[in-house]
Ligand binder design. Structure first.
Ligand code: MGD
Ligand code: MGD
Ligand code: MO
Length: 792
């Protein structure tokens, strides 16, 4: 989230797209309802089916799964054609005026044909060397502040989205034209000084082969309307499990270290620390401080062993294999191929949650050993014994199960979507032998160190040098870890007050640079619980600690005009008072520069200092509509049907379904009564009773065609598997008219497996092993299937 939960009450319009917030993030509705009641805010919901969010929206609009870019692209075009963008914001705070290099030329007779400049079909990758600004002799980017040059970003953007006219868009998305125009008009009205609009998105957006570009489309829309960096605005990811944000911050994603520093690969360019820093440190912008953050992290990890002479033990960092995919899908492909021997699986149940779940289960059989740590014996932990057709005597995997304490049974912080790092105190002691994950890891660390004790083999040095001196007692352990994450001034032994003070000479340590400041000599700020809100804007500066630097709304320089005057009194959050910057939020810019200074930049994490309408993504500088991997629809205006850079896993057990055999669009989603892979809620009697069976929502029209009645047991089949479910015949799904032809979409809940009280087939047996070209998030939200009555 660029903004935060409470800030939603400051909005004039909420566009909820790719999210069923009322069910999956109910607290967001508390603030949206307040915005509606107190400010007359409008709520728009865009979703393939009518949900509980739709029921609470002012405008509900249906849209076929997998067509977000077409939908948003249509709004972008509507705004550009009708001059509804926020001109002064766009000129000053985005790269709209920047001139693009002459080498970037992907137009055939002036029209884009689906591939950007530099495409290599063999590698399915772009050479992005022309995706850059044109510069003068001194290397300074050229700009046209009138936005008229045909080579400026603004005009290229206009040309790109010209093709997304209302009729074309509606013929792709299946949205009725009058409804589409109503959304475009209502949302575009936020592009003024005194209004702001927020976008709430979640998995309907990201679980696509174009997932990251879907988010980019939202970012472009928000920049055009001046909705970034202002109260009530932002691009707001409704994050998933309570600590998904925190886990990502801690470096749990495969491609980053802590605080989103890039993770090294075995490419020779990353062979030593100097090489890494040369690759990862830009020439301008706040990220020039990368050496301070990385070296401080290495000091936290390797302590006294990390010295300037040995590159601070940089060599110890694991290197990903260059050109290989190490995401969830990539790991399971490697496991299936027998490349991975052992697996530690903590709080995850891919038997139910993984894409192409039958393949992922097969992959588990290839392991020599697996350690599962969970609250319950999940389907994954017991995959070897009860899966239909499984013969335990033929499965070699040795499985260990570690009982883990649940969130209520341990203290610690979680970081919410709004980046607030909040401490919570334990309610009860864990039952039986269960201990917290932190304690489990402490023990594993101690044991591994014990095993390697005394080794002189150089490859064992990283284990021996790892700092791992943690207290026994749970509260003391937690305290030590939080302090390590915050970091120390190693000269004085005092906790670091802020990340701006970190040094690159090895005299500071800091586990996660963006968390520096959360636990200082003044105390543990994640435990702050003051309900003071001096501004009345919901900033609550003394409630927990928001990263970075306790800033609640990022990019907030954009809330004021270039002279430092807030665009509107109603949306005032930081301002220039003539001699210095003032504000009710922590400024997200360098306050020593005043308005008009060359270094007065609004997007300090970027080397160009401006919001990117044109940006470097794996699949292009602008989002382009491509059809999902499995789609019954031929791309109506481009010869390029499918995302040309998405990795295609041409591997066993992952066949691609074709529309002649599987003509129906399938999608998957959650219900409020169940949680995820379901083991917690399917083991809770009253929730199991409320949602006892796996079901599939189908329209009345499709039910009539297929002779299916509400409550019938049906089979849903994809190219990969068949699953059994109960039919829920409903008016909430309607057929889509695409290019003059009718198409059906159905939706399955994915919470079921064979364990617990409420049981059912996992919907993920149907989904394909393919993901987003940038993030590898699986395409759970759009695939091909068929449905019929009964079980065959
Ligand atoms: N009760 C409950 N709450 C939860 C969870 C839970 O399991 N149960 N899970 C948590 C987690 S980890 C997460 S990540 C979040 C997920 O939160 P959400 O993303 O809200 O969850 P979903 O229900 O998977 O999907 C949201 C909506 O996307 C729609 N959709 C399908 N295809 C498309 C498409 O192509 N485009 C668009 N725009 N929309 C589409 C679906 O119809 C669905 O209504 O919820 C969190 N909250
Ligand atoms: N088809 C389809 N598939 C999907 C999705 C979808 O929308 N459609 N959504 C995807 C998304 S967004 C997500 S996040 C994944 C989730 O996929 P998973 O992470 O595999 O599923 P969860 O059920 O959230 O797994 C959490 C497990 O952690 C255990 N647990 C709870 N607390 C603790 C704890 O403190 N310690 C330990 N060790 N264990 C604990 C629970 O008992 C549970 O078994 O599923 C993905 N799969
Ligand atoms: Mo999630």
């Amino acid at each position: 989230m660029t903004n935060h939960w409470v800030d939603m009450r400051n909005t004039d319009c909420a566009l909820i797209i790719g999210s069923n917030a009322a069910e999956n993030h109910p607290m967001s509705f508390k603030w949206l309802t307040e915005a509606r009641e107190k400010r007359g805010a409008k709520i728009i919901h865009v979703d393939p089916r009518f949900t509980r969010t739709s029921a609470r929206a002012d405008i509900y609009v249906p849209m076929r799964s997998g067509t977000d870019i077409a939908f948003i692209g249509g709004i972008i075009n509507y705004i550009l054609e009708n001059n509804l963008y926020f001109h002064d914001y766009v000129v000053n705070y985005t790269n709209a005026p920047f001139i693009i290099d002459d080498g970037f030329d992907c137009y055939d007779n002036g029209v884009f044909q689906g591939l950007f400049t530099g495409y290599d079909p063999e590698k399915r990758k772009y050479d992005q060397s022309t995706w850059k600004y044109k510069t003068d002799a001194a290397g300074k980017p050229l700009k046209d502040l009138t936005l008229q040059s045909p080579r400026c970003v603004f005009q290229l953007l206009k040309k790109h989205f010209e093709r997304y006219d209302v009729d074309t868009v509606c013929s792709i998305t299946g949205t009725p034209k009058d409804l589409f125009l109503k959304v475009a008009e209502t949302y575009a009205a936020t592009g003024t000084r005194d209004k702001s609009g927020t976008i709430l998105y979640a998995m309907g957006t990201t679980q696509h082969t174009v997932g990251s570009e879907n988010v980019r489309a939202y970012a472009i829309l928000q920049l055009l309307l001046g909705n970034i960096g202002v109260p009530g605005g932002g691009v707001n990811a409704m994050r998933g499990e309570s600590n998904v944000q925190g886990a990502c911050d801690m470096g749990l994603l495969n491609h980053v270290l802590t605080g989103y520093m890039g993770a090294p690969t075995n490419d020779p360019a990353y062979a030593d620390l100097a090489g890494y820093l040369a690759k990862e440190t830009p020439k301008a912008g706040f990220k020039v401080n990368t050496p301070k953050w990385l070296k401080s992290m290495l000091k936290a990890w390797y302590g006294d062993a990390a010295t300037p002479e040995n590159d601070f033990c940089y060599d110890y960092l694991p290197k990903r294999r260059a050109g290989r995919d190490h995401s969830h899908i990539g790991i399971f492909e490697a496991m299936y191929d027998g490349e991975i021997k052992g697996l530690l699986i903590f709080g995850s149940n891919p038997f139910v949650s993984g894409p192409d779940a039958a393949k992922e289960t097969k992959a588990l059989e290839k392991l020599d050993w697996m350690v599962a740590a969970d609250l319950f014996e999940t389907e994954t932990a017991s995959f070897w014994k009860r899966e239909a057709g499984a013969d335990p005597s033929k499965i070699k995997t040795e499985v260990f199960f570690l009982p883990a304490a649940a969130s209520y049974e341990k203290s610690g912080t979680i970081t919410n979507s709004g980046r607030w790092i909040q401490f919570r105190w334990k309610a009860v002691d864990p039952v039986g032998e269960a201990i917290s994950d932190l304690e489990i890891f402490r023990e594993i660390g101690h044991k591994i160190k014990e095993v390697y004790q005394g080794s002189t083999d150089p490859k064992d040095k990283p284990i021996l040098d790892m700092t791992w001196d943690y207290p026994e007692e749970e509260a003391a352990l937690l305290d030590a870890v939080q302090r390590e994450i915050n970091g120390y001034d190693l000269k004085t032994g005092k906790l670091m007050p802020k990340f701006a003070d970190l040094r690159d000479d090895g005299t500071t340590s800091c586990g996660v640079w963006i968390y520096c400041g959360m636990y200082t000599e003044e105390g543990n700020k994640t435990q702050l619980r003051s309900t003071e809100d001096p501004s009345g804007m919901g900033v609550y500066p003394k409630w927990s600690y928001a990263w970075p630097a306790n800033r609640r709304i990022v990019y907030n320089r954009c809330s004021a005009d270039p002279s430092g005057k807030p665009w509107s009194e109603d949306k005032k959050i930081v301002w220039w008072d003539g001699g210095s910057w003032k504000g009710i939020d922590v400024p997200d810019f360098i306050v020593k520069y005043g308005p008009g200074d060359a270094e007065d930049k609004a997007f300090i994490m970027k080397d160009d200092g401006v919001g990117g309408l044109f940006a470097k993504m794996a699949d292009g500088p602008f989002p382009e509509h491509y059809e999902p991997w499995e789609s019954p629809v031929k791309h109506p205006f481009s010869p390029v049907q499918f995302n040309p850079v998405a990795i295609i896993w041409d591997t066993p057990m992952n066949p691609q379904g074709k529309a002649d055999r599987y003509p129906i669009i399938g999608t998957t989603y959650r219900v409020v009564e169940h949680w995820q892979a379901g083991i917690m809620t399917r083991n809770t009697p009253w929730l199991a009773e409320l949602m006892p069976e796996a079901f599939v929502e189908i329209s009345k029209e499709l039910a009539a065609e297929k002779g299916i009645a509400n409550g019938d047991v049906v089979t849903v089949e994809s190219a990969r598997a068949k699953v059994k479910a109960v039919a829920c015949v409903t008016g909430r799904f309607k057929p889509f008219k695409i290019n003059g032809k009718w198409y059906h979409e159905i939706g399955l809940v994915w919470h079921y497996g064979f364990q617990g009280i409420a049981k059912g087939d996992p919907a993920n047996r149907l989904t394909p092993h393919i993901g987003c070209a940038n993030s590898q998030t699986p395409e759970y939200k759009a695939f091909l299937c068929d449905i019929y009555k009964g079980v065959k």
